[in-house]
Design a protein around this ligand. Structure first.
Ligand code: RIB
Ligand code: CA
Length: 337
């Protein structure tokens, strides 16, 4: 097959994230699949500060590449926004109870795992997002796993660059469910509601993977028992999160919000979606960050600037997909096997 023809068949992805424990698990399954070639990872404030998100992503890229059975090229990491568009700052006390003070649970408490940092850059995330959208066009899928600040900044700078982008998969929001950071709002949207409002009203091909489906994506921590060094690292990664789940919900599982969003980008039939108008309360009131999803029957055939909102989930299919990709790491099973 001619190079340019094979090149035209390549699917590219850019992941914007705030690692964060579930962000890390999402990158793990993404990198383990040949489905996308990863042009970049961009980082943003959210679960942790922008500075920590950037450092955690660089450590994660190096760590995951060290353990992949089929190696991938070094994916550059670009630093992003430290504050929401409205300049608001988030109280991260609960985030620390979920992701740990450094955002990676206890994973990097084991100094052996800190061997290297992946490629960094001084180029800001929003610049890279514009560049990749313009360069890759219909071959590019953007997956956002944190607040939408970087993407909104990129859209403000060069809206035309996104005209051909294939899909934007957003982990965030809730249609019929209460929020997880306030009764009204899901965390990623709450952190920067104005950014989310601009992305959801952009008219771009957006899929919203919100709490309606991610809350059901529960992974039993016992599945991490045994195995080799990679599985031991994931046990350390989720330890704090699992303790939070046990305390808050009395459950021995963690919620795979971000891994589900990345899985949907690779396998859209894991969810059922409905095209809806989605607005966001960008005020500083009690409903800040609420996603107002118009599910009324009489919305009219053509919804203006629809967002594909995920409401149905093939949970069995997702968990099988998720585990099948973790198995592609050396050290998931006994080391040396
Ligand atoms: O509400 C869940 C989302 O908020 C996930 O992306 C998690 O990492 C946090 O950022
Ligand atoms: Ca996240």
């Amino acid at each position: 097959m001619a190079e340019n023809q094979s090149e035209s068949l390549v699917r590219y992805a850019l992941v914007d994230c705030d690692p964060g424990v579930d962000d890390a698990l999402a990158l793990a399954i993404g990198f383990a699949s040949p489905f996308f070639r990863y042009d970049a990872v961009t980082t943003v404030h959210g679960n942790v500060s922008a500075r920590l998100a950037y450092r955690n992503a660089r450590r994660l890229v190096a760590f995951l590449r060290d353990h992949l059975e089929s190696p991938i090229p070094d994916v550059p990491v670009y630093p992003g926004a430290a504050l929401a568009l409205d300049g608001s700052r988030l109280n991260r006390s609960e985030s620390r109870m979920i992701h740990g003070p450094e955002g990676m649970g206890a994973m990097f408490d084991n100094k052996k795992r800190l061997r290297r940092l992946g490629r960094g850059s001084s180029k800001p995330a929003w610049e890279v997002i514009v560049e990749q959208a313009a360069r890759r066009g219909s071959a590019l899928t953007i997956i956002t796993l944190g607040p939408l600040t970087n993407l909104a900044l990129a859209l403000r700078r060069a809206p035309g660059a996104f005209s051909r982008v294939k899909r934007i998969v957003v982990m965030g929001g809730a249609a019929r469910m209460p929020g997880n950071v306030t009764p009204a709002a899901e965390f990623n949207i709450y952190c920067d509601p104005l950014a989310a409002k601009e992305v959801f009203s952009s008219g771009l091909p957006v899929t919203m993977v919100g709490l309606d489906v991610t809350r059901r994506a529960l992974w039993r921590v016992e599945e991490l028992e045994g195995g080799g060094s990679f599985r031991a690292a994931l046990r350390d990664l989720i330890r704090v999160y699992a303790r939070f789940s046990k305390k808050r919900r009395g459950a021995d599982d963690i919620t795979l919000h971000d891994p589900l969003a990345l899985a949907v980008a690779m396998k859209p039939d894991l969810v059922e979606t409905i095209p809806c108008r989605v607005d966001v309360d960008a005020s500083r009131g009690v409903a800040r960050g609420m996603t107002l999803v118009d599910l009324r029957e009489n919305r009219g055939a053509r919804v203006k600037n629809p967002v594909d909102v995920a409401l149905g989930l093939d949970l069995k299919g997702f968990l099988a997909f998720f585990i099948s990709h973790l198995r592609k790491y050396r050290g998931w099973d006994e080391d040396g096997k």
